[in-house]
Design a protein around this ligand. Structure first.
Ligand code: PMP
Length: 383
């Protein structure tokens, strides 16, 4: 139950045991084309260039930004946690002109404040982390993105902890969005996956490259070729992982995005009900993610012991990432193929681990509250 890597469907995992076919074969071109097309669907992108490259989400952060800035470009980081700090660190390699909009811990960015900061095309590029995995805060990308339709500024959305599990639509106005295979896309770690919209592609043509492997100019021909079933090469693609991602994207399409997002919402709501009933305080002040839940531990409960006990009781959770409070809270990932079973096992393990660590709790309190939420919904499938 950590926020990625998640648990993968059996048909995705068994794909990894297939022989590695030639990356130039007709069969693989077909797989790559399908993967890119389904990526566009998951991102709700009608136009633009999809990409899937060997690397983790951090590579996606680099590809998704360095192609659209020049040396010493003006950039703004909308920072709602650890992965906002990572953008600042990334930009420090390329430009001196980095502004940061950092709401108080737990708050989402105010779209109006973003608008005031970006109006008049003051920035070449702005980054927003849709869901910051360190805080569980979900930014209102829909409201933020709409301002960028009339700006030259490129809006980059880090959707590593959201896309595939949260509602997202490139049509809202994002110019670049990306994620990584190991999270809500449901394939093992190793692929940086994203979509670059037309405005960003135009900006890229004017900018001198700042990197080599991350230079999308080198890759765009490859992805365009794949979409036309023609071979293309800059670096050898991760044949097995792309094949596995294709299977997972088919699973996602079979479930249907709308249903999948609703399922994530219900699971998140039932987790929150359980956590609140146990008297734990969540870090987000209202803007909760549906892909993970992030909450403080009670004062006297030691994180290391709590996590170890919870694991013995059946659920592996993640510790904190925000340096100043990292031992005071824990994170539950609930993206991908999660269902009511994961809620029950997790809340059950949390209750028992809290009790074992001296916190006064009536066993079943959290489970009961979580059940009440699940009982409100009828999905018509085992859930
Ligand atoms: N952005 C966000 C929001 C993330 O959650 C993560 C990974 N947890 C990253 C970026 C970086 O991804 P990776 O660890 O795959 O490099």
């Amino acid at each position: 139950m950590i926020p990625g890597p998640i648990e993968y469907e059996q048909n995705v995992l068994s794909t990894l045991a297939m022989p590695t076919i030639a990356h130039t074969s007709k069969e693989f071109l077909g797989i790559f084309k399908e993967t890119l097309e389904k990526t566009m669907k998951v991102f709700n992108a009608k136009e633009g260039l999809p990409f899937a490259l060997s690397g983790s989400g951090t590579l996606a952060m680099e590809i998704g930004t360095v192609n659209f800035i020049k040396k010493d470009s003006n950039v703004l980081v909308v920072n709602t946690g650890y992965f906002g700090d990572r953008f600042v660190d990334l930009f420090s390699r390329f430009t001196k002109n980095v502004d940061i909009y950092k709401p108080p811990l737990g708050d989402a960015a105010d779209p109006k404040v973003v608008y005031e900061k970006v109006s008049g095309n003051k920035y070449d590029l702005v980054t927003v982390t849709h869901v910051d995995t360190s805080t569980g805060v979900r930014n209102n990308v829909k409201e933020i993105a709409k301002y960028f339709k009339d700006l030259d500024t490129v809006l980059v959305v880090d959707g590593v902890c959201s896309i595939g599990g949260e509602e997202f639509d490139m049509g809202w106005g994002a110019d670049v969005a990306f994620t990584a295979s190991q999270k809500a896309l449901g394939a093992p770690p190793g692929l940086a996956v994203g979509v670059v919209g037309p405005k960003a592609l135009k900006v890229m043509e004017k900018n001198p490259p700042l990197s080599f492997f991350s230079d999308l100019r080198k890759w765009q021909g490859v992805f365009k070729n794949m979409l036309e079933l023609k071979p293309g090469y800059f670096g050898t693609p991760n044949v097995n992982l792309i094949t596995a991602l294709n299977v997972s994207l088919t699973n996602i399409m079979n479930e249907g995005m709308e249903k999948r997002i609703k399922r994530h919402e219900i699971i998140a709501e039932s987790f929150r009900a359980g956590i609140n009933a146990l008297g734990l305080k969540m870090i987000p002040n209202g803007a909760y993610a549906n892909t993970l839940s992030v909450q403080y531990l009670p004062e006297n409960v030691k994180q290391a012991q709590f996590l170890q006990d919870a694991e013995r009781y059946g659920a592996v959770f993640a510790g904190g990432l925000i340096p100043e409070i990292k031992e005071k809270y824990f994170r539950i990932g609930h993206m991908g193929s999660v269902s009511s079973s994961e809620v029950m096992i997790s809340i059950g393990a949390i209750e028992r681990a809290l009790k074992k660590n001296g916190y006064s709790v009536k066993l079943g309190t959290g489970l009961s509250a979580a059940q009440e939420v699940l009982a409100k919904y009828d999905f018509g499938i085992p859930f």
